[in-house]
Design a protein around this ligand. Structure first.
Ligand code: NAD
Length: 452
């Protein structure tokens, strides 16, 4: 009966709250048998998830190419490789992480011999709702944590990456314990049906508008949530930073997946002189990555759909175009674009760009850059390129963001012991490595007092 859960979970418009209730009931019954609790079950799921990734590389790459025109190298590193690395790290440490942690007992007030410790209990049945931009990583990495913590899981891939969603719906129940893991495909009606259920945790990746819907629905059941949201992640470029190095790293991270990365550098803050040399260096860096015509490049992606294409294309007039600017709706293509002389009040500075447009906003220096960041929503990531220790310390102490990354955008994601998550409007809660275990467990206090 290994594939029953997927086979009987209707997809498309037919999936109602009744179906969702029956599904959660079935997973909860499986959880209550205790089958998901042993370390061996958890490790087995992780090993199988790893096999799913390594044995289906071609199918995964084909689905991502269909959905987002992702190149194979990007798929291998940012979708498959990153997820396998997360699994390996978890498999290596899970037993040690799960060991009860002794807690010191106060010297007075408790009978002698009293002992205390904390332990991680699984939560029960958890819901993982994923986004379309890294549709493998953003679905499976949360699942690594949920399974490692001993939970049953309902996974809801994004309907905006339908080829990947269908592939995950086929593969996950075939590789994992299908009595405890289910995939529900679909969009708003299906997710709404799921959100009406009494889950033990909801883990959501996506935008803040839907994040509010998720949090409201979860509040009905007092279900805790993790919200992995987005926003504008600024980049401060100091005058002492080598423009060629900065440009190469900015271009590679901004224009990966055609800018559709939650932690993509959103805009640059720098002084006028640095802005001039940096924009020249960015033109060279873009050509170095994608050739003279990025539309013909194998490694340059496309915008996920027409709605997002129109949204991003409308931002192209927000400044003086110094790189790119070309776009083609039929191909959902927007060239890697750099805009100079951008007014902070222009449209491109009002919302998360989530596309291949990099505005450069001029500030007098560090003080003004810090003020600029602090006047806006707390970002998911704050980036800086600087060789100055005082600048680094001031950025750390005087700003608040999900992460502070000095020197190589996005790559803080690749350090599994760093918590990944936002603060305020960029999200609540975090995951990766041991932090995922914390997120998907209850940290239970145990006090043991001798009777005699
Ligand atoms: P999306 O459109 O795929 O939506 C995310 C999920 O929400 C999907 O599974 C979708 O079905 C569901 N959903 C949509 N409308 C809903 C509704 N009304 N009720 C219930 N569920 C609903 O993705 P998106 O939101 O366009 O993703 C882009 C945003 O996500 C950006 O802001 C980006 O920064 C952010 N993001 C954050 C992270 C992170 O890890 N912090 C990662 C990727 C993307």
């Amino acid at each position: 009966t290994t594939a029953t859960t997927a086979a009987t979970a209707p997809t498309g418009t037919g999936f109602t709250a009744e179906h969702a209730s029956a599904l959660v009931g079935r997973l909860r019954a499986a959880f209550r048998t205790g089958r998901t609790k042993p370390l061996a079950w958890r490790e087995r799921q992780l090993v199988r998830l790893r096999a799913l990734l390594t044995e289906n590389g071609d199918d995964i790459a084909a689905a991502l190419h269909t959905d987002l025109r992702k190149g194979r190298a990007e798929t291998d590193s940012m979708e498959i490789g990153s997820t396998v690395a997360e699994i390996d790290h978890c498999l290596e440490h899970l037993e040690e992480w799960l060991r009860p942690q002794p807690a010191a007992v106060p010297a007075r007030g408790l009978p002698e011999g009293s002992r205390a410790h904390t332990r991680f209990d699984p939560l029960g049945v958890v819901l993982v709702i994923s986004a379309w931009n890294y549709p493998v990583n953003l679905l499976l990495v949360p699942m690594v944590g949920a399974l490692a913590a001993g939970n049953a899981v309902v996974a809801k891939p994004s309907e905006l990456s339908p080829a990947t969603s269908a592939l995950m719906a086929r593969l996950l129940p075939a590789y994992l314990d299908a009595d405890a893991v289910a995939v529900v495909e679909g969009g708003v009606p299906e997710t709404t049906a799921l959100l009406a259920q009494d889950f033990d945790h909801v883990f959501y990746t996506g935008n803040g508008t839907v994040g509010r819907i998720v949090m409201r629905a979860a509040a009905e059941h007092l279900t805790p949530v993790t919200l992995e949201l987005g926003g504008k992640s600024p980049v401060f470029v100091d005058r002492d930073a080598d423009p060629a190095v900065v440009a190469a790293r900015l271009a590679a991270t901004k224009f990966a997946n055609a800018g559709q990365t939650c932690v993509a550098p959103d805009y640059v803050l720098t002084d006028p002189a640095t802005a001039r040399v940096l924009t020249t260096a960015l033109a060279a860096a873009v050509e170095n990555l994608f050739g003279p015509d990025p539309a013909a490049s194998e490694v340059y992606g496309r915008i996920v759909n027409e709605r997002h294409f129109d949204r991003v294309a409308a931002l192209l007039d927000s400044g003086r175009t110094v790189v790119g600017g070309q776009h083609d709706r039929a191909d959902k293509y927007i060239a890697p674009t750099v805009l100079a002389d951008v007014d902070p009040d222009s449209p491109v500075m009002q919302e998360e760009i989530f596309g291949p447009v990099l505005p450069v906003v001029e500030v007098a220096g560090l003080d003004e850059a810090i003020a600029f960041v602090n006047e806006r929503d707390k970002p998911l990531a704050l980036y800086a390129f600087t060789g100055n220790d005082t600048t680094r310390r001031r950025l750390a102490e005087e700003t608040s963001s999900g992460a502070l990354n000095l020197g190589l955008p996005i790559q803080h994601l690749a350090v599994p012991e760093l918590p990944f998550g936002g603060v305020g409007p960029s999200g609540t809660g975090n995951y990766h490595g041991r932090h995922s275990l914390v997120t998907f467990s209850h940290h239970k206090a145990v006090l043991d007092v001798p009777l005699g």
